[in-house]
Design a protein around this ligand. Structure first.
Ligand code: DOR
Length: 448
């Protein structure tokens, strides 16, 4: 196995220190790295002066679409995008077709991830059969399967029945798992009607005449669920928090010691519902883009620890599902390949967080929440070599046509954003080098 000596990179954006990578581990960090490199025959030097070294990012919220919607994404294309975006682990949401509500489907997704070898894939199990919100899925069987599922979510749909939610929270305790809730009251968003909510309810929705999606539809579910989690003593995670009120409820719950964690997407940290005035469905997403006041509260919440992690909600869709009339368009945005630039722009360059905190919210916390032993570890000798090298000064215009994901539905198209992932090491192997796919852990080539 090749040994890599990374010279001059700045761990967490701090003082430069060489890193020696050997046999899947960071063998040495600091002045001893170059010295120890002398012990090995096959050493490749990676010049990294000016680059920042960070732990590989971990996404708790990725839609890989396989099985069933391979026209939108496959595990192969989605994990290529993940590697290029700096993610060494992704959690594949359950709304595939068939839904990941059995041991068979989660094992299939897990195996496809292992075969690809670009980023580790952890399947998320559905909470209810078919995401229908009526009957609990086989949570135990999925937990005991070879995929060892710990995270359960009906994402895309809300577990709105409070009794079912209570049972799910009780059940996951037995498998040391947690429920990740997509907080959206279906009645308050007209979900079962012919006129479902289309965008944030507010000034812009009234001007455009589109049915609005009130903030309370999200907040009411979060308030209910933190109380349920407290009542049964279980762990709750809130997917894609999007409103100021949600941040306040989560802050309240954390102050009371309730075991709740929360995520925010990069797009909710940057974009507002003003963009919907264009009627361009690239801005249609669930939960919807909110107001500038919400964006500010989400940024503050991420900075002060109320919100624990960045989750991309990478949601690729085929072109025809997005290039149509707003009301008929699918909801969702791609996110894996733009997450780091958007968060650098919205959070680091505004001075709201440091690169240390960036490592917490993109790697350490998500890994802790899931319970990973080999992701989200500190950059230190003898730790697993899951890490990335970032050029914080590279400024690039987002061009979705160049992305590895099949999805072209990036709301950041044309924006100039800072930050480029130059290298991604997965278990000591460079899956990305010089900003391009290299080879996967299983020997798949970057170029077709
Ligand atoms: O916009 C979204 N798209 N939000 C979700 O919760 C689901 C996702 C999808 O699967 O496309």
């Amino acid at each position: 196995m090749t040994t890599y000596l990374i010279t001059g990179a700045k761990p967490y954006g701090e003082e430069p220190a060489d890193l020696l990578i050997h046999d899947g581990l960071i063998a040495a960090l600091g002045p001893s790295a170059a010295e120890q490199a002398g012990r090995y025959d096959d050493v490749t030097t990676v010049e990294a002066a000016g680059l920042i070294a960070l732990p590989g990012m971990v996404d708790l919220h990725t839609h890989l679409r396989e099985p069933g919607r391979e026209d939108a994404e496959t595990v192969e294309t989605g994990t290529r995008a993940a590697a290029l975006g700096g993610f060494t682990a992704v959690h594949a949401m359950a709304n595939s077709s068939p839904v990941a509500d059995t041991a068979g489907v989660v094992e299939q997704v897990h195996r496809l991830g292992q075969e690809s070898g670009w980023s580790e894939v952890y399947p998320v199990g559905a909470v209810t059969v078919g995401l229908a919100g009526e009957q609990l899925a086989e949570l135990g069987a999925m937990a005991e399967s070879s995929a060892k599922v710990r995270m359960f979510s009906d994402d895309g749909m809300c577990v709105h029945n409070p009794v079912l939610m209570r049972r799910a929270l009780e059940y996951v305790k037995n498998v040391d798992g947690f429920v990740a809730q997509h907080a959206q009251d279906p009645a308050l968003t007209g979900w079962d009607t012919e006129n479902p909510a289309q965008m944030n309810e507010g000034e812009v929705s009234s001007v455009l005449g589109l049915p609005g999606w009130p903030a309370v539809a999200e907040e009411a579910i979060i308030a209910r669920d933190v109380l349920l989690a407290q009542h049964v003593g279980s762990r709750l995670h809130i997917c894609h928090v999007s409103t100021k009120g949600s941040v306040e409820i989560i802050r309240w719950a954390k102050e009371r010691g309730i075991a709740v964690t929360a995520e925010v997407t990069p797009h909710h940290l940057l974009l507002t519902d003003e963009l919907v005035r264009s009627y361009d469905p690239v801005y249609k997403v669930n939960p919807p883009l909110r107001t500038a006041e919400d964006v500010e509260a989400l940024r503050e919440g991420l900075a002060d620890g109320t919100i624990d992690v960045i989750g991309t909600d990478h949601a690729p869709h085929p072109t025809q599902a997005k290039e149509c009339e707003w009301v008929h368009a699918a909801m969702g945005m791609t996110g894996l390949e733009t997450a780091l630039p958007v968060v650098q722009h919205a959070m680091v360059e505004t001075g709201l967080i440091s690169w240390r905190r960036f490592a917490e919210v993109t790697s350490e916390r998500p890994a802790q929440i899931y319970g990973h032993a080999h992701h989200g570890r500190p950059l230190a000798a003898q730790e697993p070599a899951n890490l990335i090298l970032v050029d914080p000064h590279a400024a690039r215009r987002v061009d979705p046509e160049q992305h590895a994901t099949k999805g072209r539905n990036s709301p950041f198209r044309g924006l100039e954003l800072p930050g480029q992932v130059r290298a991604t090491f997965l278990s000591g192997h460079p899956v990305v080098l010089d900003g391009e796919l290299h080879t996967s852990l299983t020997g798949r080539k970057g170029q077709n």
